[in-house]
Design a protein around this ligand. Structure first.
Ligand code: C2E
Ligand code: MG
Ligand code: MG
Length: 744
């Protein structure tokens, strides 16, 4: 509880202090000033100067104001004037009233001067006079106080305003310095005229012009510097901005040096207190670097990194666009040319990849030169390129371009100090409404390209529907073949191989067949090359080897050990390249129990041209395990006779073509003779393929050809049929000898 309440029982404005050494005087003063309570003043009494000073101090500590002090002049320990002087020193605002018995003018003058005496009241006093004096003093005190407070408030207001102004100035300076140091352009413009009212210095960096030119000429900023193509969009921007309140846009500007820069502008309409648009504020970022990075990304996504030509994605987009054009306009024609270099692998393998890259870049350049501006040349990857001819009259136009490309590529290419020769195969497809999309056109151009390649390379082929049907068939066979191996649709036929001198059975050649569930029995000519292209030949060949070994091993169990049957199995080039070929063969021999001396693997000459050393290593190892090798279709390939002796081959199989024409054509007979002589001189035996007549046997016998195979003895037959041939002697040597005598 504070002292105000303690003293007066309620809050009060202040206290009137009365000082007199006579207690009775004090009590009468208190009575007469009783009315003061109504004005929320209390009357405090002090009987001496000392008590009065203590009382005043106590009241000041309690923050109770003392507007009036009434003090007796004549007191034993201090004179009233002196006491008031002291009080004045500490409480100058307190109004001082002196009660004096004798009208001592000097004292009063002193009191006025030293203690700023407010009034003096002669003793004995008139009660009304006292009341009036005190009332008036209070009014004066309160008025002074109010004035003082007003003054104080005014002072404070002034100082606060000054402070606010200085803060404002400070923050404006800060803002100005921020705006000046920004790299982004800050602008402010009128809503009605779009005239600029502010532009920060960054504008000079971004636009490359003095900013004053924009402040002077608003159209320069709004339109003049904008790239013409982006101007309509810029005008629309201001229009929509006023409607929406805030908006962003991106556009290009020209700098005075001609450089184009990309800007992003974000603006906002500012409203006044009444909600009316009063100006537009905006910020402009220079986004050129970002845009360029985006453009580069977009370019890279659609172009080949090596040659800079459009890639497959971009090509397909363009093919699709032309295809749509063709749908709208039935007279419109375009063509796709699929180009594949014929011997690129050779360049890459022999000269290295860096040179291969240079070669492709040079080819891309050559192709570009063959085209009109509207045409596209794209690189699909590797050595595959595609030309898209936009708007041709007829097929002849496309043929002309294809011929131009072929003759250009036929010229030698200069790479450093080398001259490289190349050629290409080109597939041409002409647009047709029947194509559901561009993808099918590219597919058909690819098919035609394969046809061109197959018919001798360095030429073009125009796609026709037969090609498609054939391709579909191949694709179908490929798919079916994958399953054929697992579903047990493969089987082996066995064709006897006979000792020509005795007519006795030497063994069989295992020849694969495919029992297709819908197409019936399919011969190897129709699927072996597909199996080779797809790599399916590896599992297929392994199956053949295992099945042939198993079968012959079983047959040999019933034969005298000195007359085992030999089994010849065809080996494909892929199989020969398989790193685990040796392991597989050994595993199969162990599994089937076939004596390795009974296995003969047939290779073709073409298999012995590449990777010669590693092939010799493999064959030599297997030969060490008593496995034999023969060279199949001998005479049709291009193996150099001179290095034949390096391979551990025990037999040459003369191709059917020589045997069949051996009798009509003396040249063929001479070839057969030469092969026999060569084989024998290398310590090899000879097998004649395709014997269809008895007379051929005798001629071959005269050349010392040891073995023969052909329809004369038997066609290739199923295992069950072959079994019946086991005990047969195909002819008697006597008959043969007679024949020989008759023909010679
Ligand atoms: P190839 O290895 O030269 O097999 C001999 C081919 O000549 C067989 O054809 C056979 O039926 C045929 N032939 C044999 N004697 C005569 C005859 O007197 N007159 C005529 N016109 N033809 C005769 P086939 O069975 O159609 O095999 C064709 C080719 O398929 C084989 O030629 C061989 O290169 C390949 N081939 C067959 N089976 C396999 C195999 O399991 N693996 C591999 N890689 N190729 C195989
Ligand atoms: Mg063969
Ligand atoms: Mg053959």
């Amino acid at each position: 509880m504070d002292k105000n309440t303690m003293r007066g029982g309620s809050l009060r404005k202040g206290a009137i202090v009365c000082i007199d050494d006579e207690r009775s005087v004090l009590l009468s003063l208190r009575d007469q000033l009783g009315w003061l309570l109504e004005h929320e003043y209390t009357v405090e009494l002090a009987e001496s100067g000392e008590e009065a000073l203590a009382l005043l101090e106590e009241l000041a500590a309690d923050q109770i104001s003392v507007p009036v002090v009434i003090c007796d002049q004549m007191m034993p320990e201090i004179r009233g004037v002196d006491l008031l002087e002291k009080i004045h020193a500490s409480y100058p605002k307190t109004l001082k009233i002196l009660l004096t018995g004798i009208a001592d003018l000097d004292e009063i003058v002193r009191a006025v001067n030293c203690a700023n005496l407010y009034r003096y009241i002669p003793k004995p006093w008139d009660q009304a006079d006292l009341e009036l004096t005190v009332r008036e003093a209070l009014r004066s005190y309160e008025r002074d106080g109010l004035l003082e407070r007003q003054n104080a408030m005014l002072q404070q207001e002034i100082s606060e305003r000054r402070q606010a102004e200085s803060l404002l100035r400070e923050s404006e300076a800060k803002l100005e310095s921020i705006l000046n140091s920004l790299e982004d352009v800050i602008w402010s413009a009128s809503v009605d005229t779009l005239e600029l009212s502010y532009l920060n210095p960054a504008a000079e960096l971004v636009y490359g012009r003095d900013r004053q030119v924009f402040l002077d000429d608003p159209t320069l900023w709004q339109v003049g510097v904008i790239v013409p193509a982006d101007r309509p969009q810029r005008a629309l921007f201001f229009h929509q901005l006023l409607r929406k309140g805030s908006l962003s846009t991106e556009y290009r500007i020209f700098r005075p040096d001609g450089e184009v820069r990309w800007l992003s502008d974000r603006a906002r309409v500012i409203k006044d207190a009444a909600g009316h648009p009063c100006r537009i504020d905006g910020i402009i970022y220079d986004i050129t670097d970002r845009r360029r990075a985006e453009e580069k990304l977009a370019h890279d996504a659609l172009h080949d990194a090596l040659t800079g030509l459009p890639n497959r994605t971009l090509l397909m987009q363009r093919v699709e666009a032309l295809h749509q054009h063709g749908k709208r306009d039935p007279d419109y024609r375009f063509a796709v040319l699929f180009i594949d270099l014929d011997r690129f692998k050779l360049v890459n393998d022999s000269l290295g990849h860096a040179c291969g890259d240079q070669f492709l870049i040079a080819i891309a350049e050559q192709l570009r030169h063959c085209l009109r501006a509207a045409d596209t040349v794209a690189r699909l990857g590797g050595d595959e390129f595609t030309i898209l001819l936009d708007g041709i009259q007829d097929t002849q136009d496309a043929v002309q371009i294809a011929e131009r490309v072929l003759s250009r590529l036929a010229e030698p290419l200069q790479l450093g100090d080398r001259h490289l020769f190349t050629s290409a195969s080109i597939g041409i497809v002409i647009s047709a409404c029947s194509y559901p999309s561009g993808t099918e056109m590219l597919r058909d151009a690819d098919i035609a390209m394969y046809r061109a390649k197959a018919s001798g390379k360095g030429c073009y082929a125009i796609f026709d529907q037969n090609m498609h049907a054939e391709t579909l068939k191949i694709v179908q066979i490929e798919n079916d073949l994958r399953q054929a191996i697992h579903q047990g649709e493969l089987l082996l036929h066995y064709q006897p191989i006979v000792y020509l001198k005795t007519g006795e059975l030497a063994g069989f050649e295992a020849l694969v067949r495919w029992q297709h569930p819908e197409q019936g029995l399919i011969h190897p000519d129709e699927f072996i090359s597909i199996a080779e292209d797809t790599g399916l030949i590896v599992p297929l060949g392994e199956w053949v080897l295992r099945e042939a070994c198993r079968q012959v091993s079983a047959w040999n169990l019933d034969r005298p050990p000195e007359q085992p049957l030999l089994i010849s199995v065809n080996l494909a080039v892929h199989q020969l390249k398989e790193p685990n070929l040796i392991k597989i063969i050994e595993q199969i021999l162990t599994e089937t129990g076939l004596n390795s001396r009974c296995l003969k693997l047939e290779l073709t000459e073409s298999m012995l041209v590449e990777n010669v050393e590693s092939i010799i290593k493999t064959l030599t190892y297997l030969r060490g395990r008593h496995i034999q090798f023969s060279i199949d279709d001998f005479g049709t390939g291009y193996s150099s006779l001179s290095y034949l002796h390096r391979f551990p081959v025990s037999t040459l199989k003369i191709d059917r073509a020589f045997i069949s024409r051996m009798e009509q054509d003396s040249e063929n007979f001479e070839i057969v003779r030469a092969i026999c002589t060569l084989a024998h001189s290398l310590g090899m035996k000879v097998v004649a393929e395709g014997i269809e007549e008895a007379s051929q046997i005798d001629r071959l016998n005269s050349l010392g050809c040891e073995l023969g195979q052909g329809f004369y003895f038997s066609r290739p037959v199923e295992a069950r049929e072959a079994e019946k041939l086991l005990p047969l002697r195909y002819y008697t040597p006597a008959a043969s000898a007679n024949l020989l005598r008759a023909t010679s």
